[in-house]
Design a protein around this ligand. Structure first.
Ligand SMILES: [Zn+2]
Length: 372
């Protein structure tokens, strides 16, 4: 009897194998479970020309981005505009859904859409955001907050702690402790067990646990690189990774934004674009080094959109001649609709590539971390 049952069980298994040819297919190079840490690095407004400008500036000496192992291109259009803003673009990364420009992780009818940070927290991952902008600015905000209007900074700030986020480094302390409703959200964070400081260097002796850095810039961003920001972004990236590693054994999701590349683009300022993109690239190097030292880490580098309609052309339109210099040209003081570069590095780099829609970046991250 036992033998008969065993035999029919075996027969069923053989049938199952025969019926589903996928079972016999060779295994993918990387299993889902191989990736436990994802660092999503967003150069706000960083198109291919912005990166090229840095390359030209340093005579084509390699950037950290040159270490990338894979990549592709990302489409950026929003629900109601072929030219996205940062809010709709970050919503696509954070929720996997397109929305209208100016909305943050809500649909066009203002219904909240679950973000990667909310999903990752529920699944036991450590989560964080690092930006050179105010913490309530569109890109970081879309990952932890929901708002009908991107500039509703009081509403956005109040959602930072409830999101469960472990690490948040950026500017705009005033959004948290100089509020219309009189709440001091930073005092509330301290009571909830966060280390709260107003400069990244004040975390030099802190090596574990949750932390918030909110620079005393009123409601505004950190200064531009050319106005003396220093090495905040690479330092903040390294500290965020160190702290997140201490917060969960399961793994982490960290979003790092080079927020002010976009300001260089809006200002059509070649010098600001070079300084801001290079600073972002230094942070990319920190993330890549972390991936080298921590197998299971995937670094995804991309932009939310291109800003400036920037291009670099030869001074001499006759390209049969040798070059007589190049010049940078901008076609707009706003964003453009062109696709943006995507670069990947580390474990599972080959799983995120080709031409992807911005919503698919979210889907890939969820698939790799097993988030539902
Ligand atoms: Zn943007």
């Amino acid at each position: 009897m036992k033998n008969k049952m065993l035999l029919s069980a075996l027969t069923l298994m053989v049938m199952a194998l025969t019926i589903n040819p996928l079972d016999a297919a060779p295994k993918a190079k990387t299993r889902k479970s191989d990736v436990k840490n994802i660092i999503l690095m967003i150069g706000d407004g960083m198109g291919a020309a912005h990166i090229t400008q840095v390359m030209i500036d340093q005579k084509f000496a390699p950037l950290n981005m040159n270490r990338a192992m894979g990549g592709g291109m990302v489409t950026t259009y929003s629900k109601n505009n072929r030219v996205t803003d940062s809010a709709a673009a970050a919503t696509a990364f954070a929720t996997g859904q397109k929305t209208n420009n100016s909305k943050l992780s809500v649909d066009p009818d203002n219904n909240p859409m679950t973000t990667i940070i909310e999903l990752a927290e529920r699944a036991g991952y450590a989560t964080g955001v690092v930006a050179t902008s105010a913490l309530v600015h569109a890109t970081p905000a879309a990952f932890y907050a929901h708002a009908k209007k991107r500039y509703d900074s009081d509403t956005i700030a109040a959602q930072l702690l409830p999101s469960g986020i472990d690490v948040a480094f950026g500017a705009g302390k005033g959004n948290f402790d100089a509020r219309k409703d009189g709440r001091d959200l930073l005092a509330e964070a301290r009571n909830a067990g966060y280390t709260v400081v107003d400069s990244i260097h004040k975390l030099d002796d802190v090596h574990s646990g949750k932390a918030i850095v909110a620079y005393p810039t009123g409601r505004n961003h950190l200064p531009m690189m050319l106005k003396g920001r220093g090495d905040y972004l690479p330092q903040a990236t390294a500290k965020a990774l160190e702290l997140l590693k201490s917060c969960s054994r399961k793994g982490m999701f960290l979003m790092v934004e080079g927020s002010l590349i976009d300001y260089g683009g809006h200002g059509n300022s070649e010098k600001d674009i070079v300084a801001e993109t290079r600073d972002f690239d230094n942070a990319v190097g920190v993330a890549m080094d972390f991936a080298d030292q921590n197998p299971g880490t995937l670094v995804i580098i991309l932009a939310d959109h291109e800003t400036g309609g920037m291009t670099i052309v030869s001074n001499n339109a006759d390209f049969t001649e040798s070059e007589s210099g190049v010049k940078t040209r901008f076609s707009t003081g706003s964003h453009s609709a062109v696709m943006v570069p995507l670069l990947t590095y580390g474990t599972g780099y080959e799983r995120v590539g080709g031409i992807l829609d911005n919503t698919e970046i979210h889907d890939k991250i969820c698939e790799l971390l097993g988030l539902e």
